[in-house]
Design a protein around this ligand. Structure first.
Ligand code: AMP
Ligand code: MG
Length: 394
């Protein structure tokens, strides 16, 4: 029997089959969740000039003890108000430019009027530069604001805008087709006969992809029939990635591989040393990458986490695309493993991780209750309670 392909090797081979998609320039407001294709360089200093961080009075530090003659008013959104001379102060508001001559702001709470003047009411005396945001204090024109390959979150979008960008260059979104197969599958919410089940994987896998930049199309509940499967695969050939769910094993009704072969698909690997998820297959059909996930929900979820999600991130331009492994202490004894890496559905509570007793990959109740996949490397001895283990948060 052919040895199973080690998990890491399979992951590397999948990425080696792919290439990041070309970039496109889009409006910054549409770029949430996309991966930057190029560094964003600041096109301006921020702040563009020295400005007040407070509502108060702009003064010269040499005059820090007051009193001050009040001249002028500086508001945000106005060009700088006239210069102040020794002994003078200007009323100033948050975000307003400092008038020439001023280098310090006294908070309005710390002064009070005294005739035409204002006087200091509370110690300590102002510190030079206090409550001033100096030109370029956040970043300077030409600085790299955001690095290529990062995923744009809300704060990064804000940063790009303040750096002067109205649009950004990002990786194109992969087009993904999700094909589910099985005569037993019926649409969500329909009455089922005992020999039928609702097609849960389609919604689950689409939901995993909805958190990534993709354009996803579902071709659900294809019959276990070679012609139907070939037709569905053909109809998805415009996609960058075709994900099939179910029918990936070697049973008489597991028709993904035969259909893929009939259409001229090239298998890259099949059968991975992992549990669940052994029957995973990857290959190419024309320009489309094909990833065939096993049908059991636990297996589909684990293989999607370890293969599909990283592949989509990579195609979309992510710099770091593999699942992040963290560590915790196991609160249950973990049996020794065979040559297959294992991903146990587990619950992480207060830094301790507990694998569920049942690891039946058909049980969605366990998958839905899990918040972590506990990783057991191949050929690992039994682990006692308290041993440090790795996991992927889900
Ligand atoms: P298969 O990989 O086709 O042999 O399917 C393995 C198990 O997963 C069977 O019990 C199927 O009924 C179930 N299954 C396959 N596809 C889906 C799906 N889209 N949603 C829920 N269960 C599925
Ligand atoms: Mg099936």
């Amino acid at each position: 029997m052919k040895p199973l392909l080690p998990l890491e090797e399979a992951q590397e081979r999948l990425i080696a089959m792919a290439q990041p998609l070309p970039s496109e320039t889009i409006a910054i407001g549409d770029a949430l969740g996309r991966y930057l294709a190029e560094d964003v360089m600041a096109g301006r200093d921020q702040p563009a000039a020295d400005m007040s961080a407070m509502d108060g009075y702009a003064i010269r530090f040499e005059d820090r003890d007051g009193p001050w003659q009040l001249v002028g008013e500086c508001k945000a959104g106005s060009p700088p108000c006239p210069a102040i001379l020794p002994g003078q102060a200007a009323r100033i508001f948050t975000g307003a430019l400092l008038p020439e001559g001023a280098d310090t702001v006294v908070m309005q709470e710390n002064v009070e009027p005294d005739g035409d003047n204002i006087v200091l009411t509370s110690d300590p005396s102002p510190v030079k530069g206090r409550h001033v945001r100096f030109q370029g204090g956040d970043f300077k024109s030409g600085d790299v604001s955001l690095k290529a390959g990062i995923q744009l979150n809300a704060a990064a979008l804000g940063h790009a805008v303040i750096a002067g960008s109205g649009s950004v260059s990002v990786g194109r979104r992969p087009k993904v087709a999700i094909l589910s197969t099985g005569d037993e599958l019926v649409a969500p919410g329909t009455d089922t006969k005992p020999h039928q089940i609702p097609a849960s994987n389609d919604v689950m896998i689409a939901a995993m992809l909805s958190q990534l930049p993709t354009i996803t199309r579902c071709i659900s509940r294809i019959k276990d029939d070679l012609d139907s499967l070939c037709e569905a695969l053909e109809s998805a050939r415009d996609c960058d990635v075709i994900v099939t769910i179910g029918g990936a094993s070697v049973g008489d009704h597991d028709l993904v591989a035969p259909a893929f072969k009939r259409l001229g698909g090239q298998t890259d690997f099949w059968k991975i040393a992992m549990k669940p998820g052994k029957p995973l297959m990857a290959g190419k059909l024309g320009n489309s990458l094909v990833l065939a996930l096993p049908g059991n929900p636990g297996s589909a979820f684990v293989t999607a986490t370890l293969f599909l999600v990283p592949l989509i991130r990579y195609l979309a331009g992510a710099q770091s695309y593999m699942p992040v492994m963290q560590t915790a202490q196991t609160s249950t004894v973990l049996p020794a493993t065979s040559q297959r890496a294992e991903f146990l559905r587990a619950q992480l509570v207060d830094g301790a991780i507990a694998a569920f007793d049942s690891q039946d990959s058909a049980k969605l109740s366990i998958l839905a209750a899990a918040n972590a996949l506990l990783f057991r490397p191949p050929h690992s001895p039994e682990q006692p309670v308290g041993a440090e283990v790795s996991y992927i948060a889900i």
